[in-house]
Ligand binder design. Structure first.
Ligand code: HEM
Length: 503
């Protein structure tokens, strides 16, 4: 009897403890954090229990997706506000001075949001994109030097090879169609970007990268579909169909990456390979991790490089081509420059550097359609930016798209495509140059910035010197913000088509 009483008491204790933890995590903590922000005059829509403001977000996203106009999405007019994704408190910032302090903050106490590592675990694991503190620092030091400009120069051939593949497939279509064809470019551009990343990552094993890539893409789509349920506590653990599919894909991707790593190790060759997989594998060895942790490090970082470098570049290139297709005068101007600089040759890095007009067009495309529309962080300790006290646990979103199109910063023509604004560089283009951050800024600035710019320039330059193009009558302009591997990503509309013809 006595034993039963203790037993029961034990269970009551455990259940009570779990309930208190849940109450603290789901109700008390978000409410306290919200109250601290409200005290400073920072407001937002009132959150509901468990969902926060997910319902409002879903509603505004469906409005956005149904909009078939050339207007950019609606946005909140205030520059600092907050909302909740489930029990996660998010502070949104589009105030120039505060943004500057946040983006240049070098403290390891400002990390990546922990919910991203939890919610996007199958896609990104604990790689460089989602990690914080010393783990991130180690990954950064390991990977960064291999994407410096001198290394990218060594990738020129693989980038031009991938571009020529794209050109050849378009030439074949155009020839078959009698000199003019209607081509939906999205998948070709994605294929190009995937090809470059696969070759940079897996070297001669790049064709195996294809399979990994296809599965990552399915996983990304799976995660993107359920992204608005992120923040609902516990959802990721439930064996729903979507979660089961994600877990299965995660396992397949892991096995594929490890298989390539193993084959590479067994290969007896003196050839020195400097692809990213080799760097990551050696990095894992030097860290003297256990076998499982070492494997996870390799898998996660390969996936991160893929995810970081593939969609961003593809989306930027597609927007760039769409803008050139709809602004013929700029198409002619940039083509003239390319033809003059290259004189019929495949561009090398020096030639690409001389293409000023092309550079301006790419800057303007990245301003209007930044692939990463929000840069997110979490305060891992109490912090202060500008005059805002940010308690530990608050997530901070820097609203890149809002800053890139703010008429107060860029002038009344902020929404227009005017590459000339960059004629004197970024400093001459607007009042607050530090808010132009398509590649981020500060300690976590994009590692692949040089590679991405070379890819974009090579692709656009070679397309311009081989074809002239205009917007297809079938094209519908309906830009949409989709939640991707980072907070959010712009995607060109489904059904975007550009008409190509040989010149
Ligand atoms: C047009 C193409 C690209 C754009 C617009 C872009 C944009 C960005 C942005 C805004 C960030 C910073 C996010 C933050 O501060 O949290 C970032 C980080 C990163 N990017 Fe890119 N990116 C592009 C291409 C690439 C490519 C091609 C690669 C690699 C091959 C790459 C690898 C990375 C990595 C590894 C990080 C994480 C850096 C860190 O957290 O330390 N990116 N990118």
């Amino acid at each position: 009897m006595e034993f039963d009483g203790f037993y029961l008491l034990g269970w009551v204790g455990v259940i009570g403890f779990v309930l208190i933890r849940l109450y603290y995590g789901l109700v008390l903590k978000p409410e306290r954090l919200g109250a601290k922000m409200r005290k400073q005059g920072i407001i937002g829509p009132p959150p509901t229990l468990l969902l926060g403001n997910i319902r409002e977000l879903k509603k505004s996203q469906s409005i956005l997706l149904n909009t078939s106009s050339s207007h950019l999405p609606q946005r909140c007019s205030c520059k600092v506000f907050m909302f909740s994704l489930g029990n996660i408190n998010i502070l949104c910032v589009a105030e120039g001075d505060v943004v500057k302090e946040i983006s240049t903050c070098t403290s390891l106490d400002l990390g990546k949001p922990s919910y991203q590592q939890k919610e996007r675990g199958p896609l990104l694991g604990k790689g460089i994109l989602t990690s914080s503190g010393h783990v991130w620092l180690h990954q950064r030091k390991l990977l960064a030097p291999h994407l410096y400009m001198d290394k990218v120069k060594g990738m020129m051939n693989l980038i031009s090879d991938s571009t020529i593949n794209l050109l050849n497939s378009w030439k074949t279509i155009i020839e078959t169609e009698g000199g003019i064809a209607d081509i939906k470019i999205d998948d070709y551009v994605r294929n190009f970007s995937k090809d470059v990343i696969s070759r940079a990552c897996f070297g001669s094993y790049y064709s195996r990268g294809d399979e990994i890539f296809q599965k990552l893409r399915s996983l990304q789509e799976n995660m993107s579909r359920k992204s608005l349920s992120k923040g609902v506590p516990g959802m990721r653990h439930l064996p729903t169909k979507s979660n089961r599919d994600a877990w299965a894909l995660e396992k397949e991707i892991r096995n594929l990456i490890l298989q390539v790593t193993k084959e590479r190790e067994m290969e007896s060759t003196n050839q020195e390979r400097q692809d990213l997989l080799k760097i990551i594998t050696e990095g894992a060895k030097n860290m003297k991790l256990g076998q499982e942790a070492s494997r996870q490090f390799i898998v996660d970082n390969c996936k991160n490089i893929y995810m970081a470098g593939y969609e961003t570049t593809a989306v930027s290139a597609t927007w760039c081509l769409m803008l050139l297709a709809s602004h013929q005068e700029w198409q002619d101007r940039v083509r003239a420059e390319v033809l003059q600089v290259c004189e019929g040759r495949i561009p090398d890095s020096d030639m690409l550097r001389q293409m000023k007009q092309l550079n301006m067009v790419i800057h303007e495309a990245l301003r209007l359609y930044p692939p990463v529309v929000v840069v997110s962080r979490e305060a891992l300790k109490d912090m202060r930016f500008g005059n805002i006290d940010i308690p530990k646990g608050i997530n901070i979103w820097t609203l890149v798209l809002t800053l890139h199109t703010d008429p107060e910063i860029w002038g009344a023509d902020a929404y227009e495509f005017k590459p000339d604004r960059f004629v004197n560089g970024i400093t001459g283009a607007c009042k607050l140059p530090h808010v132009y951050t398509p590649f981020g800024v500060g300690p976590r600035v994009c590692l692949g910035q040089n590679l991405a710019m070379v890819e974009l320039k090579m692709l656009v330059a070679l397309i311009l010197s081989n074809f002239s193009f205009s917007i297809s009558p079938k094209y519908t302009h309906s830009p949409a913000i989709r939640v991707g591997y980072r907070a959010t990503t712009w995607t060109p509309s489904v059904g975007e088509e550009v008409c190509e013809k040989n010149i």
